[in-house]
Design a protein around this ligand. Structure first.
Ligand code: ATP
Ligand code: MG
Length: 579
């Protein structure tokens, strides 16, 4: 493709709204354009890369015996009501009505649609297992669309669904998809790790996220160098402090602690360590539609711990959108809590959630539910009880690994894919069943497997760039080679460039040629920004049949004959194009 006729507009300035390298570079290189917040269009070069990622995904899915189909993005509300998610999914679900007032949504994911499809087409065990996938546009009305393609409201996802007779079959399908994902991300040039994950709004029992390591990633991962354990901090289990069974309970004592609203203040005032205290966090909950308040929640963790919101909502059995911090004045009237001085003793009319290690700890200090007072020697069982006792704390850096006990480390990453064992979560309510040899009915065991195709594109840029622009891995580069003609009006230069262009193209290499009437400086700047893996510059030495050869990922430039440059480019591209 000749750049003089390409639809391409690069930007010198950093767009205002862009904060992270992939967002900045994809906009600046003209690969994507923004329509409104969280909604982007793909320009020719960006779209070529998207299609390459899609093809890698396709090849690896097909290799596992999955079949591609294409379902509509428009989904009728009835199916979501059947699964119970019409309300449970919350405001992220993009709801629409047709002209007759019938409810639909723009699909954020397709479990209902595929379960419906399969219940209408499968009757016998002989038809199982099956695995169907699609590469399709998804819609989520994200609360905070940001980072360009990483958290957008319209994005391309590959979603696959497996259907098996039994849990063992599901285990095998899951393993196959896990394996396919490992290959897909490697081929895309990503350093991505599988980590144990929470199942979120999709549900099910078991899940892994594939996370591309990156400082700007929104997923926080806890991992252990010692035993290879890795999990999102949303999900990572914590090791409880050792129970103090041998310690005797002391009598509870109320003590004046003026103005000590935080754990830090009360510890300083009473000369305590935070591990001897109980921290309170207060919330209000709503029904699934977020219309009515359903009650108050007081969550308690040891003073040095951090509350984990995902674990808390899982313990409460509600969605993330159904909870927020309580208005203290309002909650105080209803439950007797006192901002800064709330403890588990004396609270009423609210759900008390106690972290799993607190019952084992003795003689702790907690708020007295009275302004300027704390209680000493508070003990579980004797002085307070939890309506729910569960692990609701976050695994922090340095905490013991839940598998081997070595201190864990934290890192950040971008979730590019996730695999779930759904089990019968959808097949039971939606009655997707098969008949066994004896004509007995059983629910179908399902798995689902997503890859954010456009988020993967952003993650590739995040991991492959420098200050000057993108450095595409060959496997997903929009073009393989860029020929830069220093002086497009010079016939000798153009003739040599055209010859190389034809030679490379004839050998299956994807080439673009900068034949614009621009200054060389502009062309080189654009070449760095666009990030094509091989750059061949045709300039002064064209008369002698010589060119300059440079890889985007290296600084070194070499002078080669045009033939040698073509040969080296072909070798490199062919070695790396499959990723
Ligand atoms: P997140 O936790 O980041 O919101 P999720 O867990 O809700 O993602 P899934 O339902 O597992 O996402 O969707 C499968 C894949 O789709 C994700 O792994 C991610 O790559 C991609 N994805 C999800 N939400 C978005 C989004 N708003 N923009 C772009 N890609 C997304
Ligand atoms: Mg996910």
């Amino acid at each position: 493709m000749k750049m003089s006729h390409m639809h391409l507009k690069t930007l010198r300035e950093v767009p205002n709204e862009a904060e992270i390298p992939s967002h900045i570079l994809l906009l600046r290189s003209g690969m994507i354009v923004k329509l409104v917040s969280g909604v982007y269009g793909f320009m020719p070069m960006g779209w070529r890369s998207v299609r390459k990622i899609e093809n890698i995904v396709r090849e690896e899915m097909d290799a596992k015996g999955a079949e591609e189909i294409h379902m509509s993005a428009i989904q009728p509300a009835e199916l979501w009501e059947e699964s119970g998610r019409w309300n449970a999914y919350g405001p992220e679900l993009w709801r629409i009505k047709d002209r007759n007032g019938r409810d639909f949504c723009l699909g954020p994911t397709h479990e209902e649609i595929f379960t419906d499809l399969i219940r209408n087409s499968i009757s016998s065990y002989r038809q199982l297992p099956q695995n169907l996938y699609q590469i399709q546009t998804k819609y989520r009305d994200e609360a905070r669309p940001r980072f360009g393609l990483i958290r957008s409201r319209e994005f391309i996802m590959k979603d696959a669904y497996s259907f098996d007779k039994d849990p063992e079959g599901l285990d095998e399908s899951y393993k196959q998809m896990y394996d396919a994902y490992t290959k897909i991300f490697k081929r895309c040039g990503l350093d991505a790790r599988p980590v144990e994950a929470d199942t979120g709004a999709i549900g099910g029992s078991n899940s892994h996220e594939f996370t591309a390591l990156s400082e700007v990633g929104e997923s926080e991962i806890a991992y252990c160098d010692h035993c290879k354990y890795a999990a999102t901090t949303e999900r990572a289990e914590c090791v409880d402090a050792t129970p103090q069974d041998e310690v005797a309970m002391k009598p509870m004592e109320k003590i004046n602690t003026p103005g000590t609203k935080t754990i830090e203040e009360v510890c300083k005032y009473l000369d305590l360590d935070p591990i001897q205290t109980i921290k309170a966090l207060l919330f209000v909950t709503y029904d699934e539609e977020c219309k009515e308040k359903t009650g108050f929640v007081a969550a308690f963790v040891r003073g040095d711990r951090e509350l984990n919101m995902i674990k808390l909502v899982n313990a409460l059995g509600i969605g993330e959108h159904q909870i927020e911090f309580a208005d203290e004045a309002e909650m105080s009237q209803a439950t007797g809590c006192v901002g800064g001085f709330t403890g588990p003793v004396g609270l009423h009319d609210c759900t008390i959630v106690v972290d799993s290690e607190l019952p084992g700890l003795k003689n702790l200090c907690a708020g007295a539910c009275e302004e300027n007072f704390h209680l000493l020697n508070v003990n579980y069982g004797r002085d307070y009880k939890g309506d729910i006792v569960a692990d609701i704390k976050t695994l922090k850096e340095g905490d013991p690994c839940p598998v081997c006990g070595a201190p864990v480390k934290h890192t950040r990453g971008i979730e590019v894919g996730q695999v779930f064992k759904l089990g019968t979560k959808y097949s039971v309510p939606m009655h997707a069943v098969y008949a066994d040899e004896q004509q007995k009915e059983h629910p179908i065991w399902m798995g689902c497997y997503g890859i954010g195709v456009t988020r993967t594109l952003a993650a590739v840029v995040e991991q492959n760039h420098d200050d000057n622009g993108i450095i595409w891995p060959v496997s997903v580069a929009p073009y393989h080679v860029e020929i830069v003609v220093m002086k497009a009006k010079d016939e000798t230069q153009m003739a040599l460039a055209q010859k190389m262009y034809d030679d490379l193209t004839a050998q299956g290499i994807e080439v673009m040629m900068d034949d614009r009437n621009e200054r060389p400086g502009v062309k080189f700047k654009d070449a760095d920004l666009l990030g094509i893996p091989v750059r061949i510059t045709v300039g002064r030495l064209a008369g002698e049949g010589k060119v300059e050869y440079k890889l985007r990922r290296e600084d070194e430039k070499t002078e080669l004959t045009a033939e040698e440059a073509v040969k080296q480019a072909v070798e490199l591209i062919n070695a790396e194009r499959r990723g």
